[in-house]
Design a protein around this ligand. Structure first.
Ligand SMILES: Cc1cc2nc3c(=O)[nH]c(=O)nc-3n(C[C@H](O)[C@H](O)[C@H](O)COP(=O)(O)OP(=O)(O)OC[C@H]3O[C@@H](n4cnc5c(N)ncnc54)[C@H](O)[C@@H]3O)c2cc1C
Length: 282
């Protein structure tokens, strides 16, 4: 069978999407939810994903919401990265998110890539999740047990943790966190487009720095141990940075065609130092 030979259905409502997913699964087919489709098409061509059917979530109105409701920013999972970068008001409402997603892929790909697709993708960088991790955002999902709202830390641990027919509907972020002083730094092997050697998103809130990383390990993460070390007084910045890096098991630090483990560690140290300087933690 041709790798791209799958059935396409588009869902108009939350419950229809789950119904379609369940129907395909009961017929013994492999269904997948479909956001921008960039990864499904790219990995499909490489035979790394092979759905029998895809269910497009973009027509569902709840997944297209972009609004501030009682101080909370609600972003639908089907919003594309370009919609985020091109909304001037988001530059005030969630500048860290805007800066972070602006560095993902190139504009042509960002026109298609959705926030939920990035967060739930197989390609492990998932950089769009970083701002939501540091802001302790909430995730609204829909699945067989209907709608749920949970902390991002329960829904995402290295990768999205969803039930088979469950999908991301919206991400919800409080004002205090999303408007806090922030830094995003992405270092690549070369140029202005490409996967990160290190991508880090940080905010300063309640006099503490919160920080999440992509590109360091084969999954994005936020570590309370690292955050605790970074705010220790009585140590130089360099000592804090070195101790923070020691908290990452070295075998988990990527060693690949983008960068060797040693070089990635060196870049990470510089990124951490710069974040401490810029957020006033030095
Ligand atoms: C040219 C290019 C450059 C890239 N550069 C970067 C980069 O610099 N940094 C980075 O982090 N990533 C990068 N990526 C990876 C990209 O962000 C992911 O592949 C992402 O999955 C694509 O989003 P999509 O909306 O097209 O996903 P899709 O292909 O539609 O879906 C991807 C996966 O997410 C699932 N999914 C989609 N929507 C939902 C939902 N609402 N709920 C639950 N599951 C869902 C699908 O079932 C599928 O498993 C790049 C990709 C490309 C093609």
């Amino acid at each position: 069978m041709h790798p791209m030979d799958f059935e396409y259905v588009s869902s108009p409502t939350l419950s229809d999407a789950v119904r379609q997913y369940t129907r395909f699964a009961q017929l013994g087919k492999r269904p997948m939810y479909f956001g921008g489709g960039t990864e499904i098409i790219t990995l499909g061509r490489l035979h790394q994903v092979n759905p029998d059917a895809v269910i497009d979530l973009k027509p569902i109105p709840e997944t297209q919401v972009m609004a501030v409701q009682q101080g909370q920013l609600v972003l639908g999972g089907s919003i594309t990265l370009t919609q985020i970068t091109d909304a001037p008001w988001l530059g005030e409402a969630f500048p860290l998110l805007q800066e972070t997603v602006h560095e993902i892929a190139d504009r042509t790909a960002r026109n298609k890539i959705t926030i939920a697709g990035n967060i739930c993708g197989t390609i492990f960088y998932r950089e769009a999740v970083l701002p939501f991790l540091v802001c302790d955002s909430k995730v609204r999902t829909y699945g067989p047990k209907r709608g749920k709202e949970r902390s991002i830390h329960r829904v995402f641990n290295r990768e999205a943790r969803l039930e088979p027919s469950e999908f991301i509907v919206q991400l919800v972020t409080d004002e205090t966190a999303r408007t806090a002083p922030f830094v995003h730094i992405k270092r690549r092997k070369a140029g202005r487009v490409g996967y990160p050697i290190v991508s880090a998103a940080a905010i300063r809130i309640d006099d503490r720095i919160r920080i999440a990383f992509s590109g360091v390990c084969p999954f994005p993460f936020r570590s309370s141990a690292i955050e605790t070390i970074l705010r220790q007084r009585g140590l130089t910045v360099r000592q804090r940075v070195d101790q923070a890096i020691q908290r990452i098991p070295s075998h988990l630090i990527l060693d690949d065609y983008e960068a060797s483990r040693a070089y990635r560690t060196f870049v990470l140290a510089n990124v951490l130092e710069e974040i401490l300087q810029r957020l006033g933690g030095a």
